[in-house]
Design a binder for this molecule. Structure first.
Ligand code: HEM
Length: 161
C-alpha cells in the first residue's frame, strides 16, 4: 500500500491535481459528490423497492433504468476519487477509514454483479418471482444499502482522522 500511494502521488495525475490551480481539488471534490449522489440516489430507490417498499410500483421499469444511473454515478466517483487520492496519497497511509471504504465499495460492486446475474433479476420481466426469489433479492438489497452507506460514511470520516 505505501509503495502504491507513493507512485500515485508522484504520477502525472498527482502533479496535475496539485499544480493546476487552487480550484482543481475543489471542483474534482464536487464532481465526486455528484457521482456519489447519483450512485446512491438510484441505488436507494431500487433497494427500497426490493426490500418491499412501494410494492405496487412494478419492478421491471425501475430495474431497467435506475442501475444505469447508478453505474454512471459509480464511474464518476471512481475517476474523481482517484484524482482526490492522487493529490496527497501518502497522507492517507494508516488512515483506518480507507481500509473500511475500499472493501465496502468492492463489496457493493460484487453484490450488484451478483444481483444482475441472479435468475430472479434476469427473469423479472417474463414471470412473477417466487417468494424465495423475492426474499433473496431483498437480502441482497439490504447488503447493498449496508455496503454503500459504509462507503459513504467512511469516505466522509477519512478527513477527520
Ligand atoms: C476509486 C474509488 C474512490 C477513491 C480512490 C476515492 C477517494 C476519495 C478521497 C481521497 C476522498 C477525500 C478524503 C479527504 O477528505 O481527504 C474522498 C472523499 C469521499 N468519498 Fe471517495 N473515493 C472513491 C469512491 C467513492 C465512492 C464509490 C463513494 C461512495 C459510495 C465515495 C464516498 C466518498 C465521500 C462521502 C467522501 C467525502 C466527500 C466530502 O465530504 O468532501 N468515494 N474519496
Amino acid at each position: 500500500m505505501p509503495g502504491f500511494m507513493t507512485w500515485l502521488e508522484a504520477s502525472t495525475l498527482g502533479h496535475f491535481m496539485r499544480e493546476s490551480g487552487p480550484w482543481t481539488y475543489a471542483i474534482v471534490n464536487l464532481v465526486h459528490i455528484l457521482g456519489i449522489a447519483s450512485l446512491f440516489g438510484a441505488i436507494l430507490i431500487i433497494d427500497l423497492r426490493l426490500l418491499g417498499v412501494w410494492r405496487r410500483v412494478p419492478l421491471p421499469p425501475l430495474a431497467d433504468t435506475a442501475p444505469t444511473v447508478a453505474a454512471c454515478g459509480l464511474a464518476i466517483a471512481l475517476v474523481s476519487g482517484t484524482g482526490l487520492l492522487a493529490t496527497k496519497a501518502t497522507e492517507y497511509v494508516g488512515n483506518p477509514f480507507i481500509y473500511i471504504k475500499f472493501p465496502a465499495i468492492a463489496l457493493g460492486i460484487l453484490n450488484a454483479i451478483a444481483v444482475r446475474r441472479s435468475v430472479a433479476w434476469r427473469e423479472r420481466s417474463s414471470r412473477a418471482l417466487t417468494p424465495a426469489e423475492t426474499r433473496r433479492l431483498a437480502w441482497m438489497a439490504g447488503l447493498s444499502l449496508a455496503s454503500w452507506l459504509t462507503a459513504i460514511a467512511a469516505g466522509r470520516l477519512i478527513a477527520y482522522w
